[in-house]
Design a protein around this ligand. Sequence first.
Ligand code: NDP
Length: 391
Amino acid sequence: MGKVLIIGAGGVGNVVVRKCAMVPDVFGEICLASRTVSKCEAIARDMDFPVRTEKVDADDPAQVIQLIRSFKPDLVVNVALPYQDLSIMDACLETKTHYMDTANYEPPNEAKFCYKWQWDYRERFKEKGIMALLGCGFDPGVTNIFCAYAKKHFFDSIRFIDIMDCNAGSHGHPFATNFNPEINIREITQKGKYWEDGAWREVAPLSVHKTFDFPEIGPKEMYLLYHEELESLVNNIPGLSRIRFWMTFGQEYITHLRVLENVGMTRIDPVNFEGHEIVPLKFLKALLPEPSSLGVNYTGKTNIGCMIEGTKGKKDVIKYIYNVCDHAECYREVKAQAISYTTGVPAMIGAMLVMTGVWKGAGVFNVEEFDPDPFMAKLNEHGLPWVVKEL
Ligand code: NDP
């Protein structure tokens, strides 16, 4: 039995805590800490398993160090925001504690996420004999593991990967984001970027799109975006000719986003408003529904998967590996919508594999660097069954 410290009590944090509590032989003691402690307490009150709650501002490594020294976890699971990745990693280094997250670092004043900042910790984690497991949600996370599994079992070489994220659910709000609004809107309003023939190629935001017929959902329009797993998969799946990421959006969502952009509400630089400096996107976040509040009336399904093309022997092979998740079923199980669920369950599984030593190492790792088989087996056991379709 081990101890896990979970930082962040939002949509994803709620799922990680509840799923960890369902595996008490691995997670014997759980502490949930966040900036607003009342959110931790509300989740803990609603559970049968005893969960310790703490207030922490994870931007301040000293506060995280103090919390780690007092609770003494085996692992820290960071499901706060990407802005806190480095300060929590610093605290883990100082206390020699394993680290895990679901989103890579980006600086608050620049909408630019990339792994370099965290990969730069490799030597320091190695020297301390601890591991950092990066990007262990669904995308990144399960999508990387689908690719590693395909590479191990179905292909001699992989030429093309298209990662496709479809949410065909309906939450009943005119406009809301399924995970943290600030991080989500920063991601979507960036230029699209993909890897082809040895180079990164950029396109204007949401300018490249096509229709795909998603199993169990039907045809949906999906848009090419830059996404963080592309960066690590290009390194870890050698020989790729092309890798792209696609996400579906409804017309209503795109129209709202365009208007918000046009009027300046997605800006991340401070503007002076009646003598106060405010960041428009942060103000917009304060107006939008919290991701953790969306689940109650959410209906419909998600389908997230990887379309992979390559060769096995002399044969051309195309496989689509995917998971379908139902918003209402997630809510019944853990009071969350499917985006929080599909992120929180893999985070719990990654934590389990680290804490039980099934995945181990000293340094900083992306999930596709480990054996995908135990992770794939756990997905089936813990609520995210997957399908392999031969095309
Ligand atoms: P939410 O906005 O619902 O929750 C974020 C939580 O982090 C809130 O409880 C917030 O506290 C807390 N927090 C923010 N800043 C700090 C801080 N300085 N110190 C301590 N706690 C802090 O977001 P989600 O739960 O939807 O997303 C959580 C993370 O998961 C994000 O990093 C997101 O990018 C990632 N994600 C990854 C996915 C994947 O598939 N890999 C998919 C979806 C999300 P407060 O309540 O006070 O604001």
